[in-house]
Design a protein around this ligand. Sequence first.
Ligand SMILES: *Cc1c(COP(=O)(O)O)cnc(C)c1O
Length: 397
Amino acid sequence: MPGFELFGEAEREQVNHVLESGVLMRYGFDGMRNGHWKAKALEEALAKRLQVGHAQLVSSGTSALTVALASAGIGAGDEVIMPTFTFVASFESILALGAVPVLVDVDDTLTLDPHAVKEAITERTKVIMPVHMCGSMADLRALKHICEEHQLLLLEDACQAIGGTFEGKPLGTYGDLGCFSFDYVKTITCGEGGAVVTDHEQYKRHADHYSDHGHDHVGNDRGAETHPFLGYNYRISELNAAVGLAQLERLDDFLAIQKKNYSTLRSALEGVKGVSFRRVPEGGEESYAFLNFFMPDADTARKTQEALTSKGIDGCFYWYDNNWHYYRKWHHLTQLKSLGRLPQAVYDQLPDYGKADFSKSDHWVGRTISCLIKLGWTDEEVNSRALRMREIIGAVS
Ligand SMILES: *Cc1c(COP(=O)(O)O)cnc(C)c1O
């Protein structure tokens, strides 16, 4: 997945344009910037590549989620349905607005289980937020159907799956809003950065204003602009956007490398006793950022991951025991350990996760191993890795 592996001349050249003018900010300073508008150019290129009406760049994937929710009018006491298996950014972005994260089981797609989503809907539910973890997607057709039935928004977290598609549409553009991260370890990187994409004119305008203190961006005198509503500062800098501009040009090459490396590893594991693969919903094509597979039970999966790591196969994760990606270790959320008081709605409405039954998630995530697909491997490295993995896994199960 990581685009940083292939950081080079194109990235340096883009950054140098910014360094030469010294205009590090994305807005204003028109006369000084030698015609370079890196954030604006990246927004246009991203919208074009993803075949979507609008892209709003922001400072991170986490802020993209917050800005997306805020743009759609989500606030105190609104409930947002999110999966038990994701990154902590999902609930951080929800809590940042005083909204309430409602955790819901994942299934063998390792993303939201549509049946469990239906059961979690209340009169306060406003958004369903699937997270396309580790390169593959949620059953977007089923989730969209539920959203239409209950008049909810579909917000896709596509931070780990840029380049994947569902029914021919790029992930992140199937729902009402989509979010991407360009942090240092994502498929393409800005160093730090993120984006909100949408076809809705009003959400785009809200995202544009909200991510820059409410600035309406009318005219060419920032000080004279008006502020139709409250905002915050989630701006990206020109330096970060410049890196992203070079990386986006290379996205299709990166995806082709990912697919090739993934396919080699996957064919080596086909038929190994005890190994089965994560289900990709019908109509979906993965981004191939990770190879995800199941072992017969949690014990075997844990042992397999340990064997892989101890025998030098790096980048294979056992998420079930991970502090950041699975609900079992999210004590700071479940016990609401915040530095200051949170909005009252969060105390009143947060489900009692001490009593929640997520055994269905445990069943799947407990058996899962995810192996990062790197871009920098040589063919020889991939081939020998494939053989080693087959041997090691075969010996455990
Ligand atoms: C990386 C990531 C984020 C957050 O992105 P940052 O840019 O690091 O803030 C959100 N969701 C998922 C699924 C991610 O992998």
